[in-house]
Ligand binder design. Structure first.
Ligand code: HEM
Length: 170
């Protein structure tokens, strides 16, 4: 048994299942519900985003990508075209590239937007009075940016999961 490959696959698939599942749930259910119940939902979203979720995503995403890229390197024999040009190689390559895009959206847009949302929420709470019209506008804009980035990441991850689930048998 190749312990290294088994460990890499375990890390890759556990982290990948969490990452993809969380993005699907966030984009399709949590954020639409939060947007529909503002401003009451602001407290929940602040607690949710500030309660370790962003950190968990910040671990699951990189673990999926790094383990996946190492597996890709091993499978391709060090990026040999001979493997990359096979149907399976092309499938994993498309999945990996779109996976990197989903990771980029999550890491550079969703994560920073969630952090800005949490910071603004704390600022409003510390003021001890209802949010000003400017703060409300900023909250809405950040919430929309978070929703849009989650939807785009989710669409990418649908393609990634299809590629991962089928490439070996192409
Ligand atoms: C940048 C992102 C990703 C890269 C570079 C990547 C790369 C890879 C590679 C190279 C393999 C083949 C491993 C082997 O030969 O044993 C693989 C398998 C797999 N990946 Fe990914 N992957 C990525 C994202 C994901 C995501 C988000 C999921 C979500 C669930 C996922 C789920 C899987 C599964 C289930 C397999 C096993 C498929 C099989 O062996 O038939 N991957 N991945």
């Amino acid at each position: 048994m190749n312990v290294g490959i088994v460990l890499l696959r375990l890390i890759h698939i556990f982290a990948g299942v969490f990452w993809a599942g969380a993005v699907f749930t966030l984009a399709r259910f949590i954020e639409p519900a939060a947007a529909a119940t503002q401003p009451e939902s602001n407290k929940f979203m602040q607690r949710f985003m500030g309660g370790g979720f962003v950190m968990a995503m910040g671990i699951a995403g990189p673990l999926t990508v790094v383990a996946g890229l190492i597996l890709y390197w091993i499978d391709s024999g060090g990026l040999q075209n001979g493997w990359i040009a096979t149907p399976a190689g092309l499938g994993f390559t498309i999945g990996a590239l779109i996976g990197l895009i989903a990771f980029g959206i999550g890491f550079f847009i969703s994560r920073t937007t969630a952090e800005n949302l949490t910071a603004l929420g704390k600022e409003i709470q510390a003021a001890g009075k209802p949010p000003t019209p400017e703060q409300m506008a900023k909250l809405k804009a950040l919430q929309q940016r978070l929703t849009d980035s989650s939807v785009w990441a989710a669409l990418c991850l649908v393609v990634v999961v299809i590629a991962m689930a089928t490439s070996r048998y192409l």
